[in-house]
Design a binder for this molecule. Structure first.
Ligand SMILES: C[S@@+](CC[C@H](N)C(=O)[O-])C[C@H]1O[C@@H](n2cnc3c(N)ncnc32)[C@H](O)[C@@H]1O
Length: 249
């Protein structure tokens, strides 16, 4: 029987949402967030960083510009092409690798790994999220850190909106979301309207609460896992906008 392509392997999805996910404002946010990110991870100058699910290289390029040795990994060729172009334009030496996060392992090669802007929780089986954490654990040197930035279940529950729409540069995105049974995640339907053309995409996103993500990291072998409400080490309390987890090997 032919395997159904999972949503995150659909290049048409990533291509369609490039303007809305990665407009210039989003690049400015990466430049702003790089400083607190490096502080939170206590990155010493020149250490090696794995940007897992790097997309078009927002953080890879920004971190390389700040003197870190960066490897960006992503499955989407279109994004890697853009990432390479941006690095070249700034004369930065960044390694980009096309690979699935469930497969990429490079034993004890990195001092830190980042997974930014909700690039976690894409798989139908939670065992695959665990596998990703194990891969990262193995790819870190002793003392290495793994940072995940995601939308937390607590915030999503408190601010739940079944429907929503946005306009970015003439693209209209209509978003519909339903809570998956038992709050395991969100069932999403995104409708993109551009120049009168309508396209629809459906996808499942597994969402984690603070304790769930911490437990996952500890189960994967991390000696310690801290949970914050943002990259500035905000507390993960009722005001937390982001769920930021930092596992320490
Ligand atoms: C929301 S984007 C975030 C990109 C980047 N981290 C950022 O902050 O701009 C999610 C990224 O995950 C990548 N991705 C999705 N599934 C993947 C997989 N199984 N393995 C590796 N990358 C994947 C997509 O290609 C996309 O670039």
């Amino acid at each position: 029987m032919k395997r159904k392509t999972p949503w995150f392997e659909d290049d048409a999805f990533w291509a369609a949402f490039t303007p809305t996910l990665f407009g210039e404002e989003r690049w400015r946010l990466a430049a702003r967030d790089a400083e607190p990110l490096t502080k939170l991870l206590s990155l010493e100058p020149g250490v090696s960083v794995l940007d897992l699910c790097c997309g078009p290289g927002r953080f890879s390029v920004e971190l390389a510009r700040r003197g870190f040795r960066v490897t960006g990994v992503d499955r989407t060729a279109l994004y890697l092409k853009e990432a390479r172009k941006r690095a070249r334009q700034q004369k930065l030496d960044v390694e980009f690798v096309r690979e699935d996060m469930r497969r990429f392992v490079r034993p004890r090669a990195f001092d830190a790994c980042i997974n930014m802007f909700t690039s976690f929780g894409y798989f139908e089986r939670q065992a695959d999220d665990f596998k990703v954490c194990r891969n990262v654990y193995r790819s870190l040197r002793p003392g290495g850190r793994f940072l995940i930035q995601a939308a937390g279940k607590e915030w999503l529950a408190r601010n739940f909106q079944p429907t929503d729409w946005r306009e970015v540069d003439g693209n209209y995105i209509l978003e519909e979301r339903k809570v998956a049974p038992g709050w395991t995640g969100l069932e999403n339907r995104w409708v993109l309207v551009r120049k009168g053309k309508v396209r629809e995409f459906r996808f499942f996103l597994r969402v984690y609460s603070g304790v769930e993500l911490r437990d996952l990291l500890l189960r994967a072998g991390f000696a310690k896992a801290d949970i914050y409400g943002g990259l500035n080490a905000e507390p993960y309390d009722h005001n937390a906008r982001w769920l930021v987890a930092v596992g320490r090997k």
